[in-house]
Design a protein around this ligand. Structure first.
Ligand SMILES: [Zn+2]
Length: 354
């Protein structure tokens, strides 16, 4: 299936998908009855129309339109895509029907990897209540910085942030279900990296353009006494997670970016999440890498023409902006640079201070 076809599929409004499959009016504000777990009295499914995603506070399931169909129909990613394409008259030009057994195996393992990471998030999101009781300092730090996990509009809910202990599998998962992708899973969850460094962190899921979890960034929320660790530790690269191919936030930014043909690029994960909270949902970040040919192709496929760069107000930010501007102009894009606040500020701290 071509990237542009997938992009079209992901741009079908979530309200239309829910209405077509369940008959419910999903256009109004507020929660609706969740068909995924069968709400009895209190509606717990929240639709985010701006990013075309959903989250259920009852069954702790969230994602995009494709994920909704996967869960509702009990099918895999590709089946869900095909179903949506046929329901909304989107023509699939090129089938993902490879006869090469190696290619088939790779796709199967890729699916297994994505599904395992998705499962970590849904399992760990059921544990916020327990974390509040057993690790109040960490819980409060997350709530103060990213908002309450029970508030549908907090960053914590919208981005699926969760706590994971990084030493083993979450309760409810087994190693044998990861056969063939164990090493990649360990790389994604940073398992067995210096455990002290991994304490007191919240996991920020990194999703690819199709909303599938490819890795995590673990952000330190509480300082570990007497030690200096980086604020962010990101999943190690693997055959399923290539940092130079993923824009953080693109899965949520794609709808508005396609509509306006504009995209904002910021430096960090927190910058993206904060700008989205302020309505700038066509915002993404690179992951400390240069703009690659894959990135540029994604921009072209979305039909984006104008890129606005929001650099950090420091020497590294200036250097990055000069490099990105050159690359983007050479590739035929229009570029704008938006500076915020004072020397030393980043867009996140600027907006937080407002
Ligand atoms: Zn539900």
């Amino acid at each position: 299936m071509q990237d542009t076809t997938l992009m079209q599929i992901r741009s079908i409004p979530i309200a239309s998908v829910v209405a077509a499959l369940t008959g419910m009016d999903a256009t109004r504000e507020g929660n609706i009855m969740c068909p995924l777990h069968g709400d009895k009295s209190t509606p717990s499914l929240h639709l985010y129309h701006d990013t075309n995603t959903f989250y259920c506070f009852g069954c702790k399931t969230g994602g995009d339109t494709i994920k909704f169909v996967e869960k509702l129909k009990g099918v895999g990613f590709w089946e869900a895509c095909k179903l949506l394409a046929s329901m909304f008259q989107i023509e699939i030009k090129e089938e993902e029907q490879s006869t090469d057994p190696n290619k088939k195996k790779q796709l199967r393992e890729e699916d297994k990897y994505f599904n395992a990471l998705e499962r970590v998030i849904s399992l760990q999101q059921t544990r916020w209540g327990e974390i509040e009781k057993t690790r109040p300092e960490l819980y409060n730090a997350v709530v103060n910085r990213f908002g309450d996990p029970t508030d549908p509009n907090s960053i914590t809910s919208r981005w699926g942030l969760c706590i994971c202990d990084f030493v083993s599998l979450p309760l409810g998962m087994k190693w044998n279900e990861l056969e063939g992708v164990t090493e990649e899973y360990k790389a994604a969850l940073l398992i067995k990296v210096d455990h002290t460094a991994m304490q007191h962190r919240v996991l920020i899921p990194i999703r690819n353009a199709w909303g599938r979890v490819v890795g995590f960034s673990a952000r330190q929320m509480v300082k570990v006494e007497g030690t200096e660790y980086p604020k962010y530790l990101t999943s190690r690269s693997s055959r399923f997670f290539k940092k130079g191919e993923v824009f953080f936030g693109l899965d949520k930014a794609v709808t508005l970016a396609r509509k306006t043909k504009t995209l904002n690029i910021v430096e960090g994960y927190a910058d993206v999440m904060t700008l989205h909270q302020h309505g700038l949902v066509n915002t993404v970040a690179l992951q400390g890498t240069a703009l690659t040919a894959t990135h540029l192709k994604q921009l072209r496929d979305m039909g984006v023409r104008l890129i606005t760069l929001f650099p950090d107000r420091d020497a590294a930010g200036e250097k990055a902006v000069a490099e990105h501007t050159t690359t983007l102009i050479k590739a035929g894009f229009e570029v704008k640079v938006q500076l915020y606040g004072e020397e030393g500020d980043d867009p996140d701290s600027f907006f937080k201070a407002l």
